[in-house]
Design a protein around this ligand. Sequence first.
Ligand code: CP3
Length: 352
Amino acid sequence: MPLPDSHPLLSADTANSPLIRAYRGQRGDRLPIWFMRQAGRSLPEYRELRVGNAMLDACLTPELASEITLQPVRRHAVDAAIFFSDIVIPVKLAGVGVEIVPGRGPVIEHPIRTAADVAALRPLDPAALAPIREAVAATVAQLGSTPLIGFAGAPFTLASYLVEGGPSKDQIRARTLVYSDPHTWAALLNWCADVTGEFLRAQVEAGASAAQLFDSWVGSLSEANYVRRVAPHSKRALDHLRGYDVPKVHFGVGSGEVLRAMHSIGADAMGVDWRIPLDEADRRLGGGVPLQGNIDPALLAAPWSVLESHVRDVVDRGRAAPAHVVNLGHGVPPETDPDVLTRIVELVHSLG
Ligand code: CP3
């Protein structure tokens, strides 16, 4: 399918932006920065818009999703917008009962645990993605030269919520299913890969300039288990972007043991959490991979002098990699003072 004229990769603007250049391994005059969960409860303007709108309803209302996506770009002058949505949106659009309980996270009405549960899952009707396409197109039209990052949850993280029925400490039911019923596990992960892959592709088709796959809970897996039972499905999710020349970023929490394996599914750049320094991540990846990260979110509430030296250290260690996109090691905690985020952006831009 030909790309529409408005596709940002056809506009020299976002293709030459500091973010997209860094994801492609090129260093320029400006060190790009954005924050995972930059749109959200740390912003008073977000809390105001969310009054009376349930989280997933807000995600599916194009004007709201677009406005919330733009808020942190206006406020912090970050180098990217990330589409305001949630990893469970494609699951919901495929007909699974799910809601986001404030302070807790996604809760599944009927957890998926048996072969029959998996067999009953329906594919995602592409028409259901219309609100996503509409919100992305409206956002990109307003962003100008600032790129929009599309995102999706990786199959393992999605399956963890589906099997557990909600957030869990160590994904133990999901990890048991891997061994107790490998066929059901594989069928569930394939389903997740396809719904999440379609969600990601819809964002790219509508104008996102990069794509990030979040495997947030990958840190609970051994490397052997990840490589055998999870990575092929994550690759299948990214394969939905075949033919689209957008950089692909892969991120997980606690991913130190599986960084290399996560990169090998077809990622161009790797997001790193706060547990390992970026020079060590570069070493584990064998060099040559653009990195994103990894300011410790816990330090956002520390005195500025402490936070500042940590940010400088992150930037220094990031110089080991061919290119660096500064970010947090995980999402912005809701209680964060947004002025601190703006100050970090100014600091990072002054460091070049
Ligand atoms: O700014 C951005 O980063 C874009 C928006 C975004 C949201 N969710 C909005 C959101 C992104 C990229 C996500 C992805 C997401 N959702 C992930 C992967 C990233 C990660 O954090 O590891 C995961 C695991 C989820 C599932 C999820 N959704 C959780 C664990 C929660 C937190 C529950 C809570 O209330 O603290 C959510 C809800 C959610 N997603 C919120 C936002 C802004 C908070 C809901 C609210 O504001 O009421």
